[in-house]
Design a protein around this ligand. Structure first.
Ligand code: URA
Length: 209
């Protein structure tokens, strides 16, 4: 069974609370999502394996630790996932960025893929899929399907807020994928929104409502 890691760092919790506030405007919302992705990225990358490397400091030759596999792919689920991509990319500037576009049909709540572009060497990469809201889990499940079919070495899922329903669905569909969240909220409402949540993450990021 996959791990669900709730990142309860005080800065993460504080920024998440600001994000939830309905009076937080698009500019602040974007900045907060960016900061949260960076802070969460620190935890998400915590167990990346290291290897020894020999370098020369100005003082002497020495053995240091570097990432065993620098090949990381960051894959936002469009469109709200875009808000988290920069934050993680700031932390891992050599990562390659893929994109998965999944439109959620408001009636069936099922995802429909309209765009997939992954790094060409995804088979050699550890993939971090980002999407602010893990609601029904359908979009995340489909995004993981896409990345698995492309044979990525490993997959981690990072969301700001998850509903218990989404976690359960993800764990059932992909028990091998660890899920990182800043909060597990109460439930989904009848329209598939997380409560208390933060509303529509895409609309709030891009000011479309
Ligand atoms: N997507 C969102 O943007 N918000 C939710 O609450 C659920 C899905």
């Amino acid at each position: 069974m996959s791990n669900v890691i709730v990142i309860d760092h005080p800065l993460v919790q504080h920024k998440l609370s600001l994000l939830r506030d309905k009076d937080t405007g698009a500019k602040s919302f974007r900045e907060l999502v960016n900061e949260l992705a960076l802070l969460m990225g620190y935890e998400v990358t915590k167990n990346l394996p290291l290897k020894d490397a020999v370098i020369e400091t100005p003082m002497q030759v020495t053995t240091v630790k570097i990432l065993e596999n620098e090949k990381i792919a960051v894959v936002p689920i469009l469109r709200a996932g875009l808000g988290m991509a920069d934050g993680i990319m700031n932390l891992i500037p050599n990562a390659k960025l893929g994109h998965i576009g999944l439109y959620r049909n408001p009636d069936t709540l099922m995802p429909t893929s309209y765009y997939v572009k992954l790094p060409i060497d995804i088979e050699e990469r550890e993939t971090i899929i980002v999407d602010p809201m893990l609601a029904t889990g359908n979009s995340a499940i489909e995004a993981v399907n896409v990345v698995k079919n492309a044979n990525s070495k490993s997959i981690r899922l990072v969301c700001l807020i998850a509903a218990p329903e989404g976690i359960e669905a993800m764990q059932k569909a992909h028990p091998d994928v660890d899920i990182y969240v800043a909060s597990i909220d109460e439930k989904l409402d009848d329209h598939g929104y997380i409560v208390p949540g933060l509303g529509d993450a895409g609309d709030r990021l891009f000011g479309t409502k």
